[in-house]
Design a binder for this molecule. Structure first.
Ligand code: ADP
Ligand code: ZN
Ligand code: ZN
Length: 723
């Protein structure tokens, strides 16, 4: 008998056996239609077997085989097996959750998504038209067919207007749709400098071999330019390049650069905010090998890429690469595995490598390539000044030094960025008479005061409520907003610099992606004098007129109990500092702190990542933290903290602990209650990764039976968050 083991989109942690009837052909990697309960479903064949443990009479048969998408390759299934094993999740769930929803539904797949256009005939001369959008479109088609995306992008301006012009040309018969073309023409933006060329040559020489590189380049050193040159080689060889970025917000500008550099290539963009049809289309273009460039957030690493020739992970240190639910994989680590399976080079690029990656370089597992200078002619690294808040009294959070520096920039028509990593107006609303502070009813956390809607928000569970008129405990009507977030800083700046154009960028102001993209473009064009923002502004952006960065509250991370806090703070500060002075005009960074003598700042002033990393690694080694040990967390949550703690204590003793493995005592999470669930975790460590892996696999099965009703738990391998 021919038996197929099938992964299905159902909440049961196993594969399902089906008989393959005579006349049907199906291999591992095919999508099949099968009966499940009273319905039909689409599943993925993970493997074939000669027999099943289910009696033949009860074994149901496959109904049909879907051939509208390419068969998932053995390589891809291998990647799934690795991820399921390493991150301790069921294989079926891993396979299913890695596919766009459409691929696991009974709906037909969309037709070719990305239309290409070409001039209808040679007579369709642009000169025949008045200067304007339509003429620009025809001119853009001079070199041959181009995709709608590339065309609209080339035109710039309002997309709806560009689209309308395109439609009119179509209706007038001047242009026509055609099959997708994959040209490899490369429009060189900059010839590589000597340091870029050296890095490029090392990576390019590895083209048909698995080799991991760390491209450690200071902010603005031209790493992206190196990726573009590498991608050009990959396209010319007929292979595919996979480019990963940590956040959706960074995809539009990178996509624009790639489309500009490769006007004829098919570029598939993948991230979680795409509409179903668009996402499916991008996935198909990648899986069929038609897209030469696949660009996206971590989930793009899960797309099948039959001709993969290069993997790039930009901003590899960014914690957004780690998925925080379901399959808790690291997109960066998966990318390295991916390159290994495909036998191609992988480039991890960043100005501030994660200590794990730096350690891998030190150990000789990754090759280190350095870009020490900024690429743009005349651009220098920004000067960093530490402002001692014990000597200079800040007014409403702004020190006199910072205020003066902003004033100078305004006078010179340059931009300033004020960085504060907290959104809202004030993190605490308190009563000074009795000490009451507004807390969330569902979380062990304070409510944050927001001025835009004049309400209190919980940043942990999303709860909202009106601002109370008086203290609920003592009736005092004089409640105080304590501390500050972006909204309050915006208010202060508006009062200090009347007339200045101030733009605030945080998750509240940037609810809609299209809006954010437009705002960022406006800033690049000079439509703002002062930017106030969180992390969202720190990463990757290139604002030519920005010459000053002020950092308001860096100190909380310095006193954190999380051993990764310093690493993250250094990366954030170096990143945000990296926004300043990216062109001829020099940049300056002012960091306000009460701990000016902290060694982290000394390293920051010298832009000395290596020195900082060395001291951090020494501390980690002494304390027995990663990357010197491997870690996993067992997290649990339930309505009662007692239930959670009892489960974790029981879990710790479920199996005899192997000698190389160490299990720590359970501890409640920092925000113990979130959305009415009490949460705690326990940590497992080992100097031997295989020993840890073997223990986790056995432990997971035992835990399945040990968990009481109403308690949720999961394992997180290589955890990075301890909130
Ligand atoms: P990174 O990715 O390291 O932040 P980018 O590739 O974005 O750096 O380059 C920073 C700036 O320098 C960009 O404006 C880019 O156009 C410019 N640039 C990059 N490479 C060169 C080069 N070889 N010559 C001149 N300018 C360059
Ligand atoms: Zn009170
Ligand atoms: Zn809450």
């Amino acid at each position: 008998m021919r038996v197929l083991r099938v992964a299905l989109d159902v909440p049961l942690p196993r594969l399902f056996d089906y008989a393959l009837p005579e006349g049907l052909v199906a291999e591992a990697g095919d999508r099949v239609v099968v009966p499940f309960g009273s319905r039909q479903r689409v599943g993925v064949v993970v493997e074939r077997a000669a027999r099943s443990e289910i009696p033949a009479a009860k074994l149901k048969s496959v109904i049909g085989v879907r051939d509208d998408a390419p068969r998932l390759s053995a390589d891809w299934l291998e990647l799934m097996r690795f991820l399921a094993g390493y991150y301790q999740r069921p294989l079926g769930e891993t396979v299913i959750s890695s596919l766009p929803p459409r691929l696991r539904s009974l709906l037909p797949l969309p037709r070719d998504p990305e239309p290409f256009y070409r001039r209808a005939d040679a007579a369709a001369q642009p000169e025949a038209l008045r200067a304007g959008r339509k003429r620009a479109l025809l001119e853009a088609l001079h070199g041959g067919a181009r995709s709608a995306e590339a065309l609209l992008g080339a035109l710039g301006g309002k997309r709806s207007a560009a689209r309308a012009a395109l439609r009119e040309l179509l209706r007038a018969g001047r242009i026509e749709a055609c099959a997708p073309q994959a040209g490899t023409r490369f429009v060189v933006g900059h010839e590589l400098s000597a340091q870029q060329q050296a890095a490029f040559a090392r990576i390019d020489a590895a083209q048909n071999n698995f080799r991991p590189f760390l491209l450690h380049g200071v902010t603005g050193s031209g790493k992206t330019e190196v990726y573009l040159h590498l991608a050009a080689g990959v396209l010319a060889r007929g292979a595919q390049a996979l480019i990963l970025v940590p956040e959706i917000g960074l995809t539009p500008q990178l996509e624009a650069r790639f489309r500009h550099a490769f006007p004829e290539a098919r570029i598939a963009v993948m991230h979680s905010a795409l509409e179903d049809a668009t996402r499916t289309a991008a996935w198909l273009a990648a899986a069929r090998g038609e897209a030469g460039i696949v660009l996206g957030t971590r989930l793009a690493v899960l797309a099948p890429l039959p001709r993969l020739g290069l993997v790039v992970v930009d901003e590899e240190h960014d914690t957004s690469f780690k998925q925080q639910e379901g399959l808790r994989y690291s997109g960066r680590d998966a990318a390295v595995v991916r390159a290994k399976l495909a036998g191609c080079p992988v480039v991890l690029g960043t100005a501030t490598p994660s200590l794990e990656t730096w350690f891998n370089c030190r150990a000789g597992r990754y090759e280190l390539l350095e870009l020490r200078h900024r690429a743009s002619p005349g651009a220098l690294m920004p000067a960093v000044r530490i402002v001692d808040l014990r000597r200079e009294a800040a007014e409403q959070g702004l020190s006199p030094s910072l205020s003066a520096a902003i004033g100078e920039r305004l006078a010179r028509g340059e931009q300033s960025l004020v960085f504060i990593n907290r959104r809202g107006y004030a993190p605490v609303l308190a009563c000074e008479a009795c000490g009451w502070a507004a807390g969330c009813a569902r979380c062990s956390a304070r409510m944050v005061l927001h001025s835009a809607d004049r309400r209190l928000h919980c940043h942990h569970c999303g709860a909202e409520q009106p601002i109370p008129r008086a203290c609920p405990t003592c009736g005092n009507a004089d409640l105080r907003a304590v501390g500050r977030g972006t909204q309050r800083v915006e208010e202060t700046l508006a009062a200090s610099f009347p007339g200045a154009r101030i733009v605030r960028i945080d998750r509240d102001s940037a609810r809609r992606r299209s809006e954010l993209t437009r705002t960022l473009a406006g800033i690049r064009d000079g439509a703002a004098d002062i930017l106030v923002g969180t992390q969202l502004l720190a990463k990757g952006h290139d604002f030519p007129q920005l010459t000053l960065v002020g950092v308001l509250n860096a100190d909380s991370a310095l006193v954190s109990t999380d051993y990764r806090a310093a690493e993250r703070l250094f990366a954030t500060l170096e990143q945000v500092a990296g926004r300043a002075g990216r062109r001829e005009r020099p940049g300056e960074v002012l960091v306000q702190t009460r701990y000016p003598e902290h060694p982290l700042f000394a390293a920051l002033v010298r832009h000395d990542y290596a020195g900082f990393a060395a001291s951090q690694l020494a501390e980690r080694e002494a304390a027995g933290f990663p990357p010197f040990v491997s870690e996993a967390a067992l997290r649990a949550e339930a309505r009662q903290l007692d239930t959670v703690m009892a489960f974790l204590r029981h879990a710790a003793g479920l199996l005899p602990t192997p000698e190389e493995v160490r299990i720590y005592d359970p501890v409640p999470s920092v925000i113990t209650r979130r959305a009415d669930y009490e949460r705690a975790r326990l940590l497992v460590q080992s100097r031997s990764r295989p020993a840890l892996q073997a223990f986790l696999a056995a432990w997971r099965e035992a835990l399945d039976d040990a968990a009481p009703k109403g308690l949720r738990w999961h394992l997180d391998v290589d955890p990075i968050e301890f909130d």
